[in-house]
Design a protein around this ligand. Sequence first.
Ligand SMILES: Nc1ncnc2c1ncn2[C@@H]1O[C@H](COP(=O)(O)OP(=O)(O)OP(=O)(O)O)[C@@H](O)[C@H]1O
Ligand SMILES: [Mg+2]
Length: 288
Amino acid sequence: MNDQAKVLRRLVSQQKKQERQGLRVFAVTSGKGGVGKTNFSVNLGLALTDLGHKVILFDGDLGLANLDIACGVTPRYTLEHLLNGEKTIEEILIRGPKGIGILPGGSGVQDLANIERERLIEVIQNLSKLEGLGDIVIIDTGAGLGQNVLNFLKAADDIILVTTPEPTSLTDAYGLMKTLQRNHSFHTINIVVNRVIKEKDARDTFKRLESAANRFLNLPLELLGWIYEDVAVGKAIMKQEPIGISYPHSPAYQCIQWIASSVSGIYLDPPKQAGGIRGFLTKLLRSF
Ligand SMILES: Nc1ncnc2c1ncn2[C@@H]1O[C@H](COP(=O)(O)OP(=O)(O)OP(=O)(O)O)[C@@H](O)[C@H]1O
Ligand SMILES: [Mg+2]
């Protein structure tokens, strides 16, 4: 992107920020499962916390809730207690690394959500009540497009669709966008390409998705960023600690920090896979 475009985007973003009252809700989703949503959501939350935001992570994966495990916390109460009316949002909210807020999911919530769908919709519609507790909510949704996921996506201000360069992941991402369009979602879809070896992989993957979306769906897409394939991610998951805590200098976390900067309206050049990390951090610090 040229410098002028960058300045313009920054101005627009600052203006939008001023217009926006209080809370901003991001839904992180994917067509195919296992593409890296939870790892991305947690670490995006940490990177945004470092940029001065008050972040709440919402475990929207009602089938296989695991955001708490990724954050290394053991919740006493979960969304299950919220949905069945036993506890309030404030009572189930726990604090994770860097003081990040976590609304944990619970096993068995899937069954409950089927019975208490109305209640879930009410909770989603009342997300704005979290305003006093944070300024950014990140919902880590389950994969695919069940009714619950669709409700989360509709309630969000911004949708972040995570895909990998794999053809199956791309096909499923396209399927998800098609359903979104059918449901009259007017969101711009922000794409994050995970597990890339080099920048070109991400750009090629994005181009493929974008040309299909433009031709058949008339949906606007934006490449929010990419994350390098990085052994640190698996190692951190084994430790039940986010990479932002265990491996803050890893290429994957540097990419997520870069994406967090864009989300905050600071546009920097992307980190390079090898050797560029130090330069990237220097630029990040200089931008304050
Ligand atoms: N950038 C990366 N580099 C290497 N491995 C990665 C990367 N991102 C994710 N992974 C691996 O992919 C696996 C799935 O990640 P994660 O649990 O975040 O995906 P998910 O989309 O949340 O899955 P689900 O759909 O089951 O909720 C993890 O085991 C992790 O080690
Ligand atoms: Mg997950």
